[in-house]
Design a protein around this ligand. Structure first.
Ligand SMILES: *Cc1c(COP(=O)(O)O)cnc(C)c1O
Length: 393
């Protein structure tokens, strides 16, 4: 049934490592650092990459291969690579493509560590960057230089939920002959497939929605074969490999991504709708609320709004601290994409390393809290947030 295996839910479940002699139904964990050669000739051919096959788990392993094959089908990518974390994916994707003197154009609203790579690490090796604001549609052309090597964007962004026009950016990158790299962590391929809009690579933190239960770190780079080959060379020799155990967990997690995300999105939309206009809040931000500045764009390029809702509390940082301490069920943790609802205050935690001006520029005001809406009953999530808003007044 070749066609059927291409459908999202089916590919996510039926893409499996080849069955072993034990005839297992669920794919086992291959905890092995290396693999045995049949003979001297096979060893030679494997090392010269004349033939494909497992050699050493820093390069590949049946569990990481299965995870990557699955993600390639789900994202519609030619090839891919698994990494130890989302940041390993971001770094390997960028570092494998740039050299001294190159320039990067990126959306300003980026995950904190991606911002640190662009502003603190890459300049050491002579790689510069220009940020473009999400609201500055005309800014992209102006930011491009002859030495611009790639475009890097995150949409929806963490935590501001800015939505960027993937079709427009994909076309711009293609016209210039440079790759567009998209951090697709917040949407996952179930809600948004950037490669279909002209992106060349997608990077993932699999730690979030892909794991879905807050257990393991992981990441991936998916997309254009030639670019993935560059990233693979970089990763093979620098070593940010995904552990087989984490790949085993993540591949099984992908089996339930579609059903989990349907409920996360349903709960998030219900929560955002419930709290919009609440007297304790200055603002509720959610891509599928009509009040979101890029609402029409979000509806055009995403199938649902995702599991993250941003609440901006009246009363600033002190109110936020009281609110967080008053929560009785929702966890206070820096992660997201878990079955458990999680509330995070970026100004004092994940984005505390940014200056006040940098936070302001990406809309991270002191009263902003990020809610990763979990899979508990929606009435219980709403009730917990409601009582904490009252208690923190
Ligand atoms: C968490 C996150 C990352 C980093 O992923 P890790 O797995 O923690 O390394 C990158 N991008 C986005 C948007 C994230 O939310």
């Amino acid at each position: 049934m070749p066609d059927q295996t291409q459908r999202f839910e089916t590919a996510a479940i039926r893409t499996q490592a080849p069955r072993s002699d034990a005839r297992e139904h669920s794919v086992p964990l291959f905890l092995t650092s290396s693999f045995v050669f049949d003979d001297a000739e096979q060893a030679r051919a494997l090392f010269s990459e004349e033939i494909e096959g497992a050699v050493y788990s820093r390069y590949s392993n049946p569990n990481t291969d299965e995870f990557v094959r699955k993600l390639c089908l789900l994202e519609g990518g030619e090839d891919g690579l698994a990494t130890a974390s989302g940041m390993a994916a971001v770094y390997a994707a960028i570092a494998s493509l740039v050299k001294s003197g190159d320039h990067i154009v990126a959306s300003r609203s980026l995950f904190g560590s991606t911002h640190q790579i662009l502003t603190r690490l890459l300049p050491r090796w002579g790689v510069s960057f220009t940020y473009v604001d999400a609201s500055d549609d005309a800014g992209w052309e102006g930011a491009l230089r002859p030495e611009t090597r790639l475009l890097f964007v995150e949409t929806p962004s963490n935590p501001g939920l800015d939505v960027l026009d993937l079709a427009r950016l994909g076309a711009l990158a293609r016209a210039r002959g440079i790759p567009l790299i998209v951090d697709n962590c917040f949407a996952t391929p179930y809600l948004q497939r950037p490669l279909a809009f002209g992106a060349s690579l997608v990077v993932h933190s699999a730690t979030k929605w892909i794991d879905g239960q807050g257990r393991v770190l992981g990441g991936a780079i998916i997309g254009d074969k030639a670019l993935v080959a560059e990233a693979r060379f970089f990763a093979r020799h620098t070593g940010p490999s995904l552990s087989p155990f984490n790949a085993w967990v993540l591949s099984k997690s992908l089996e339930t991504l579609a059903v989990r995300l349907d409920r996360h999105c349903e709960n998030a939309l219900a929560l955002a709708t419930h709290f919009e206009g609440h007297e304790a809040l200055e603002q509720v931000r959610y891509p599928f609320l009509a009040s979101h500045p890029q609402h029409a764009l979000a509806r055009a390029q995403m199938s649902q709004g995702g599991g993250i809702v941003v609440l901006v509390l009246r009363g600033g940082i002190e109110r936020c601290r009281r609110f967080i301490d008053a929560l009785q069920m929702c966890s206070h943790s820096p992660n997201l994409g878990d079955t458990r609802s999680i509330v995070t205050h970026p100004t004092s935690t994940t984005h505390s390393k940014l200056t006040e001006d940098e936070r302001q520029a990406v809309g991270i005001v002191p009263g902003l809290v990020r809610v990763s809406v979990g899979l508990e009953h929606i009435s219980d999530i709403i009730a917990d947030i409601e009582q904490a808003l009252v208690a923190s007044a």
